[in-house]
Design a protein around this ligand. Structure first.
Ligand code: NDP
Ligand code: PMR
Length: 446
């Protein structure tokens, strides 16, 4: 459906979606503070007029005036002093949440995104399909199943030659989920379901779900590789912040399922890191260690444990480095994006029923587009600058097709952000120290 448009004096085409009145110049900004406005900017520069607004601003047609599908709800905070674009690194940008976050950022016109992915051709195809503007993204290979690959990726980015222009936001988003796997070594024995696309077989030569370094894959990819990457990039992020007199952000996506005091986290198996003996004992599958607590392998628990570790890492980084390095460290839960390929290894019945269950029963569903807007906001909006937060959002149910109901959004506060509470484990400072030290040991950081 095409959005109704009217032309204003300042060349912005704006329509107040609530009053249906035409808006001109500063009125756009004023109105946007209080309600949703659909704005079509005819150029990236003109869009700068509205980025000061704070409440949900729907921006249409940033790079394609009048196009309703180009819709973001973010206040990108503008460009760097001097007019240079900001740079974000996003792991797992080739699918789901990462892809849609990258899409929102590049379409603001203020960001370049470095897509950190394992499959460059897939990323290029996705970027083209979603019409990423030319020159707004670059693609770098990193396979999070290999610490060598992570080190190479970081060295490439931070080297003065092949390096990136700077790092305004580093986003750890990539993940894998193996809910039906009973034993990481027995993957080939037929747990994989049909129709889920390419088998996620370890490309390092091993056919079991073990990383190149011998770790169980969920914890290896989700936690240990991001732990190493964030540590290796932090100094470069700090330097960039100082040089540009800005406060860069380092964010890792968390999950509500880490928290056994929330209904979603109560569903067994619950996250539980125990005494981290698995980590301290080397965390090698060949030694029979597949879980952080040293217990028996359990796919969903491995995922939830890894998410808890992501969050513990971010809060520990916040405590250790935020003030000294002037970096914002945050985590967030985007809502239940029930249709992403994250569930590619689940039962077909689960894949079919889960979206409806989340939409109509729990109300926790969020479309991937909306989730991308939420995460892009956490990466870019001035109102998310505070460090040490676990951002969450009220509900996310929109139309069955994921279309926004702006009226609902306004009246019921749907989509509104809040600082959520973490689980007892994630709040535990002693456990944070254990996870930090055990992870540093496992990845070989001093
Ligand atoms: P997807 O499966 O769509 O995205 C995961 C991404 O990680 C993919 O791009 C995938 O690459 C990438 N990836 C996986 N393994 C590797 C690897 N070895 N090296 C490099 N990249 C890799 O899932 P979502 O978008 O749903 O998940 C994104 C984040 O959101 C995750 O952190 C997840 O934990 C979190 N989350 C998701 C929720 C949901 O309901 N879906 C809820 C709460 C949190 P490729 O494209 O090649 O497959
Ligand atoms: Mg859950 C408010 C209730 C709520 C929310 C927000 C989620 C989110 N889930 C909720 C409730 C329930 N879930 C209930 C009552 C059940 C029992 C029927 C249930 C079941 C369930 C399963 C089997 N849920 C799941 C699974 C998965 O395999 C997913 C998982 O845990 O992956 C680790 C999952 C999820 N539920 C969620 C979210 C966000 C997930 C995906 C977790 C993630 O991606 O981080």
């Amino acid at each position: 459906m095409a959005l109704p448009m009217q032309k204003s004096a300042c060349n912005l085409r704006c329509l107040d979606h609530v009053s249906n009145k035409r808006l001109i110049g500063p009125r756009v900004v004023r109105a946007a503070r209080n309600r949703v406005v659909i704005v079509h900017a005819e150029s990236v520069k003109q869009k700068g007029v509205l980025v000061k607004s704070s409440n949900h601003v729907a921006v249409g047609g940033l790079d394609n005036p009048g196009s309703p599908e180009v819709k973001a709800r973010i206040d990108s905070g503008g460009r760097l002093p001097g007019g240079k674009k900001k740079t974000a690194i996003i792991t797992g940008a080739s699918s789901g949440l990462g892809l849609h976050t990258a899409k929102v950022l590049v379409k603001t016109g203020d960001w370049n995104v470095i897509c950190a992915v394992r499959d460059k051709a897939k990323m290029e195809a996705m970027a083209q399909a979603l019409e990423f503007p030319k020159g707004s993204y670059s693609i770098r290979e990193v396979d999070l199943r290999s610490l060598t690959s992570v080190r190479k990726f970081c060295a490439g980015l931070t080297s003065p030659l092949g390096g990136a222009p700077g790092f305004d936001c580093v986003l750890g988003n990539a993940a894998v989920y193996y809910p039906m796997l009973k034993d990481p070594q027995k993957f080939r024995l037929g747990f994989h379901m049909a129709g889920a696309g390419a088998l996620p077989v370890n490309r390092m030569g091993s056919e079991a779900l073990v990383t190149e370094d011998g770790f169980e894959e969920s914890v290896g990819v989700i936690h240990l590789s991001h732990f190493l990457m964030f540590n290796l990039l932090m100094d470069a992020v700090e330097r960039h912040g100082r040089a540009t007199k800005t406060k860069p952000r380092m964010i890792i996506v968390g999950s509500i399922t880490h928290n056994p005091t929330e209904l979603a986290g109560k569903i067994p198996p619950q996250a539980n890191l125990g005494d981290c003996s698995g980590l301290f004992n080397g965390f090698k599958v060949e030694d029979g260690i597949t879980m952080i607590d040293g217990g028996r392998f359990d796919g969903p628990k491995a995922y939830k444990d890894a998410k808890a570790c992501n969050m513990l890492t971010i809060f520990e980084m916040h405590r250790r480095f935020s003030k000294a390095k002037n970096i914002t460290f945050n985590t967030m839960y985007p809502g239940c994006i029930a249709e992403t390929p994250l569930f590619r290894n689940h039962y077909p019945a689960f894949q079919k029923l889960f979206p409806a269950f989340q939409k109509y029963i729990t109300g926790g569903y969020v479309s991937v587009e909306e989730a991308g807007e939420r995460l892009a906001s956490v990466c870019a909006d001035p109102e998310y600058e505070k460090s040490g937060c676990y951002w969450s959002f009220k509900g996310g149910v929109r139309g069955a097709n994921g279309a926004a109901s702006e009226q609902n959004r306004n009246e019921k506060g749907i989509g509104g952000k809040f600082e959520n509470r973490v689980s007892e484990e994630v709040a535990d400072l002693e456990l944070a120290r254990l996870v930090w030290e055990g992870s540093a040991l496992a990845v070989g950081l001093d």
